[in-house]
Each structure stands twice: as C-alpha cells, then as structure tokens.
Write a protein that binds this ligand. Structure first.
Ligand code: NAP
Length: 325
C-alpha cells in the first residue's frame, strides 16, 4: 500500500479537474484521473506537466451506470487507498432542443453530473472511511458546486433560462424516463437541467454529511469562481464563448483562471484549514479580490429543505439501482 496520498478526480482531462490534478501532483499526491477519453487525458496531463509517475488514467463514463460500476471495480483491483474523491466532471448542453438520454434512459446532464457521481460516491465511501486519518487528517469527498445553482447568491437568481429549482421532484418520482426531462417534471429547459444537476450535487453533499459526517470523512462542495474559458462552455454559441470571459473579467470581475481554480480546489482537498468543517459550501466570492480568504457560503432554501432533500436522496438511490441507504 502506497504511503502517498491518493485522490480520484472525475473529468480530469480539462479545465478545473485537470488543473486540480496538476496542483495535487505538485504536492506529491498520486492522482487517479477518471476520464472518458483516455488519449485526451494522457495528452492533457503531459501538456500541463503532470509526470507519469504521479498519475494513473482510468476509464469512466459518468453518464453510464455500468461504466461507473466498472470504474469502481477497476480502482478496487489496484489495491490503492483513497484519501480523497473529487466529483468534478460535468456536461453542459444549453442548446439541446430535447433531452439527450443516458444508456439508462435519463436526461444526460442530470445522469452525468448528479446520478453518476451519486453512484460513484456510494461505491467508494467505504474506501474513504478506511483511509481517514492515514495522513493525520480526515479523508475528503469534495464536489464542485456552482453559483448558478444557489439562489442565495445573485448569480443563482439569473432567470435565463430559469433558476435552479427541483420543485416537488415530480419528474424524478415518475421515473425520469422519456418524455420526462426535468427533475421537477416540467417542460425541458437544457440550461436549467444543468443548474438543477448542480443543485442536486450540493444537496447530495449535505445529505452525505448528515448521514456519514461522524465517520471521519469530510464532505464539502466548492465554487472556485467563474472559470469562464473552460471547455464546459463549448456547446454555447460561438459569440457567447468570446463575450462571456470578457464580461466576467471586466464587468462582473468574477473571472478566475483555470490554474487558480485548480489551486483552490486542491486546497479544499489537501489543506488542513479546509478539513475543520464538513457539510460546507466553500466560496471565494463572486468578485475576485487578491488574497481573499475562502468562506462558507450559505445555501438557499432550495437546497436546505431537509424533508425534500431526504426524498431526493431516496429517489436517487432508486434511480441508480442501489439498495436502501
Ligand atoms: P470542462 O473543462 O468541460 O471539464 C469537464 C470535465 O468533465 C471534462 O474532463 C469532461 O471530459 C468531463 N466529462 C464530461 N462528461 C463526462 C462523462 N460522461 N464521463 C466522464 N467525464 C465526463 O469544464 P470545467 O469548467 O472544468 O468544469 C468542471 C467542474 O467545475 C464542473 O462540475 C462544473 O460544473 C464546475 N464549475 C465550473 C465553473 C466554470 O465557470 N467553468 C464554475 C463553477 C463550477 P471530456 O474532456 O471528455 O469532455
């Protein structure tokens, strides 16, 4: 068993995940890059200077539950400990005119960003519990949240196409299969489907903390800032891809570079200062200021209704084929 700290990062082939992998490799961690395109991940790791000895690349397609289960099995076959799991991968399809379906028949952004991570976290939670304390601190399950999923913040109130809102979970309760494309069962809005998936991830974190926060594992989410030039926005109109980074740099001042976003995420995973609290959503604010410290950002009522959150958990357990948790 390696003495090195080990982290799994989903979606480490670009953007925040790639730069977090780089920052942790530079700190001496062994990084398991969990990616759907192995050749792309290998080239990306070389581009940013992650040495081969500091990383392994394993296949996962988070939109497919069979693939998530195969990944967990492959990881377990390596016999490695797991000190941290970063749930980072995401797909954003704002121009989809109807739901794209996962192999299980679910709308793809919820299936990938939320269901796939929910399943993966359950398949690896015992590894995190077992590794906790190995390096004198807790193991950590960290998830990328976002400002647009939190209506407590200005960015979360933007009505284009609509703020994140899981409603009464009617779509999920009805099985979330075609023609249903939204968790709330209402007409399909692709941009909102993405925001809803991120809100569901932030709720998932609160529920993990509630259920397993006493097991020595720390459960947190974070918003690293607006990383407006990552490939996440590749499916937006070309004009948006030009204007959005400029707007975030010059008008809102919310822009954060990919290396800085990776560094912030690495801090939440590795630094002792971020291990003292669990169940927290870390943020550096929406207007970037040099030297600003991270703080625990309050979540809106859309993410803190305990009864609805528990129901979301139970319905998701069913959707991903897990036994009662
Ligand atoms: P990105 O560069 O597009 O990275 C997304 C990663 O997810 C890529 O590696 C992508 O792989 C992977 N991925 C997508 N679908 C997948 C699937 N089915 N299976 C496995 N991997 C898959 O975007 P990013 O901006 O860095 O986003 C990373 C995280 O940060 C997301 O959770 C996002 O919600 C969050 N976030 C981003 C911002 C921002 O401003 N960019 C702000 C707040 C939060 P491929 O390379 O194969 O496509």
């Amino acid at each position: 068993m390696t003495a090195q700290p080990v982290v799994i990062i989903t979606g480490a082939s670009s953007g925040v995940g790639l730069w977090t992998a780089k920052a942790l490799a530079d700190r001496g961690w062994l990084v398991i890059m969990a990616c759907r395109d192995l050749a792309k991940a290998k080239a990306a790791a070389a581009d940013v200077g992650i040495p081969e000895t500091a990383r392994r690349i394993l296949h996962i397609d988070l939109g497919s539950q069979a693939s998530v289960r195969a990944f967990a099995q492959e990881f377990h076959g390596l016999g490695l400990p797991l000190d941290a799991l970063l749930l980072n991968a995401a797909v954003y399809l704002p121009r989809a005119t109807e739901p794209v379906r996962s192999p299980e028949g679910y709308e793809i952004s919820v299936a990938t960003n939320y269901f796939g991570h929910f399943l993966l976290a359950h398949l690896l939670i015992d590894d995190l519990k077992a590794a906790s304390g190995r390096h004198g601190g807790p193991a950590r399950l960290i998830t990328l949240g976002t400002v647009t999923a939190n209506s407590e913040e200005f960015g979360g109130k933007v009505p284009i196409p609509a703020p994140a809102d899981l409603g009464d979970l009617a779509g999920l309760a009805a099985g979330f299969q075609a023609p249903i494309g939204m968790i709330d069962g209402k007409p399909f809005k692709p941009g909102k489907a993405y925001k809803d998936s991120k809100l569901a991830c932030m709720i998932m974190n609160r529920e993990f903390h509630k259920r397993w926060g006493s097991t020595g594992v720390v459960f947190n989410t974070l918003y690293p800032g607006c990383v407006a030039d990552t490939p996440l926005f590749r499916h937006t109109p070309p004009a948006f891809q030009k204007i959005f980074p400029w707007f975030q740099k010059n008008i809102t001042k919310g822009y954060v570079s990919q290396p800085l976003a990776g560094e912030r995420t690495a801090q939440v995973i590795a630094d002792p200062a971020f291990a003292a609290q669990s169940g927290v959503h870390w943020s550096w604010g929406n207007r970037q200021k040099e030297g600003r410290e991270a703080f625990a950002q309050k979540l809106s009522v859309r993410g803190t209704n305990d009864a609805r959150n528990e129901r979301l958990w139970d319905l998701t357990v069913k959707a991903v084929g897990l036994g009662k948790r």
